[in-house]
Design a protein around this ligand. Structure first.
Ligand SMILES: CC(C)(COP(=O)(O)OP(=O)(O)OC[C@H]1O[C@@H](n2cnc3c(N)ncnc32)[C@H](O)[C@@H]1OP(=O)(O)O)[C@@H](O)C(=O)NCCC(=O)NCCS
Length: 331
């Protein structure tokens, strides 16, 4: 009997309506469109504005898009994983609420958090369950409402992040398509360079800590940039080497959308032409856990059965990795 592999069989996505352009940011902080565009590649990002709507709102919308497009009965879903760095609330699972709202009443569900690598690591988790034969339909969602912890007076961070969600369905495949190999890493020495210090268990928010504003995300941009460039390119190159892949074999690079210059550096290292590099950072900015599924959402119509895709991500922690994947369908 042939080995069961874990393939993606459907994609959905959602971004909020409100568009925060570079021009609008010019009126909020000391910055300009030219600086943002040349340093990051970002032109605009989407923001979920309505009070009381959290990450689950985005996750539910993306999941509903997938369910509707695929004609999927949500009762057949075994597991819902919400990859997110911005859960709705502490102590209550965002995934449990999401699963119930979409009608996945027979599924169990949980959140998975690895900062901007959450979705990449989630692909590994979902695939392992499928390969084991234990579950047949896993809905993997990447969703983040980054605007909930961004300081819109800090020009070093507010220009980068946006809100959004993407969803994919993992199912067993008997043609050898889907996840082929993975190289996943982390290094806790990196956490001082990218974090929201207050509001977690180390430093709960009180009146004094609130005044300091350290519940907002902070980053040492240059250090994060250097580590992202080095590590994302490194794992992408290594995973290609150990699978005997050269640039001509690869149809697409799907890299975490943190900064266009980081994506370009990764593509250069594996010698991939621009037209094979998925890119939508100009429209959404960095949506953390949602960047990879939103790339699949935007590029789905161009993907062909058998296409070899290199996924790569880097995030806070630090966390990073690369996955070699074969696409399973023509849309
Ligand atoms: C944040 C980032 C775009 C900044 O770009 P950079 O080239 O490193 O810029 P620097 O931080 O060195 O700043 C250069 C200058 O621009 C200024 N600057 C910073 N943000 C600015 C902004 N939004 N608009 C205009 N000027 C800005 C700085 O104050 C600095 O001025 P100075 O030279 O007078 O001190 C870049 O470091 C980056 O993308 N880092 C990675 C971030 C990331 O990917 N995070 C998520 C990882 S998952």
């Amino acid at each position: 009997m042939s080995k069961i592999t874990a393939a993606i069989t459907a994609v959905g996505g959602y971004v909020p309506e409100y568009v925060l352009t570079n021009k609008i940011l010019e009126t909020m902080v000391e910055t300009n469109d030219e600086w943002i565009t040349s340093r990051t590649g970002i032109k605009e990002r989407r923001i979920l504005k309505e009070d009381g709507k959290g990450t689950s709102y985005l996750a539910i919308k993306a999941a509903e898009d997938l369910i509707q497009k695929k004609g999927l009965d949500p009762k057949e879903i075994d597991l819902v994983i919400v990859c997110t760095a911005s859960p709705d609330m502490k102590a209550a699972s965002t995934a449990a609420y999401t699963a119930t709202e979409i009608g996945a009443v027979n599924a169990f569900s949980y959140d998975l958090e690895a900062a901007c690598s959450s979705f990449l690591f989630g692909m590994s988790t979902a695939s392992a369950y499928i390969e084991s034969g234990r579950y047949k339909k896993i809905l993997l969602i990447g969703a983040d409402k980054n605007s909930s912890f961004i300081n819109y007076k800090d020009r070093a961070t507010c220009i980068i992040f946006g809100d959004g969600a993407g969803a994919v369905l993992f199912e067993p495949n008997e043609e050898g398509l889907g996840l082929q190999d993975e190289l996943l890493r982390s290094n806790g020495e990196g956490r001082e360079f990218l974090q929201a210090t207050y509001g977690g268990s180390s430093y709960p928010i009180n009146k004094d800590t609130f005044e300091e504003g350290k519940h907002y995300v902070f980053q040492d941009g240059k250090t994060v940039f250097k580590n992202a460039v080095f590590n994302m390119a490194d794992v992408a190159e290594k995973i290609m080497k150990r699978n005997d892949l050269v640039n001509d074999d690869i149809a697409w690079l799907a890299a975490h959308q943190a900064n266009k210059r980081i994506i370009d550096a990764t593509a250069n290292r594996i010698k991939l032409e621009d037209d094979k590099v998925m890119m939508n950072i100009q429209r959404y900015g960095n949506t953390t856990s949602a960047t990879l599924p939103l790339l699949l959402f935007d590029y789905e119509s161009q993907l062909k059965k058998g296409d070899k895709i290199i996924f790569a991500a880097f995030g806070g922690g630090f966390t990073w990795g690369s996955i070699y994947f074969k696409w399973a369908y023509n849309s």
